[in-house]
Design a protein around this ligand. Structure first.
Ligand code: 2AM
Length: 180
């Protein structure tokens, strides 16, 4: 019998950036704005895969290991609120082409492997707050952090004790980093 896991490909926030973002978030939003995402759960999803069988997971890992894409940097200079899912997010006004190419590659490989693919266009973002269904005062600007991506990872979404935890299953390097 094969079990399935809820999976997604994502970029991991480096620890230093993670800490800067959560400090700024605590100063920038009131507790009523929404539920802060745990620091360790901050990530940028490249491709959400839904529930994936063990067999498909093995195939996806093999495909991911063959990806040879360059690293990139982006400026985190955009903020937004999606009231429908109730999400406040951090993103970029200038998504690097290399980021879009990596996401497209993973999304198309996932679709070809028979995984769920969101019909929504890719909008790179890091979810900062959840349950943000009421109007939120969005700060006019971010500190403009630079997010350098030199790897991508496969994560499992684990729901236990009333909490969601994202567990990294495997990570693959991106080739030599260059400018945004
Ligand atoms: P979110 O942060 O905007 O909610 C793990 O749940 C990751 O996959 C999160 O980054 C989440 O995006 C994303 N995700 C969850 N369900 C999704 C869906 N149906 N389509 C696209 N992305 C999804």
């Amino acid at each position: 019998m094969s079990s399935s896991r809820r999976l997604f490909f994502a970029l991991t926030l480096p620890d230093a950036l993670q800490q800067q973002v959560i400090r700024w978030r605590a100063e920038s939003f009131t507790p009523e704005a929404g539920r802060p995402v745990a620091a360790a759960n901050l990530h940028l999803t490249l491709a959400f895969l839904g529930d994936v069988s063990a067999q498909k997971e093995t195939a996806l890992k093999k495909l991911a290991s063959r990806i040879s894409q360059p690293g990139f940097s982006m400026v985190l200079d955009d903020l937004g609120h999606w009231p429908r899912p109730g999400v406040v997010w951090l993103g970029t006004r200038r998504a690097p082409r290399k980021l879009l190419q990596l996401a497209e590659l993973l999304r198309s490989q996932a679709a070809r492997s028979g995984c769920y693919q969101s019909p929504m266009p890719f909008h790179p973002h890091i979810t900062l707050l959840r349950s943000a269904t009421q109007p939120v005062a969005i700060p006019p600007a971010t500190p403009g952090w630079i997010f350098s991506a030199d790897a991508f990872a496969l994560y499992q979404s684990v729901f236990e004790n009333g909490r969601t935890r994202y567990q990294m299953l495997e990570q693959w390097p991106l080739a030599n980093q260059d400018n945004p």
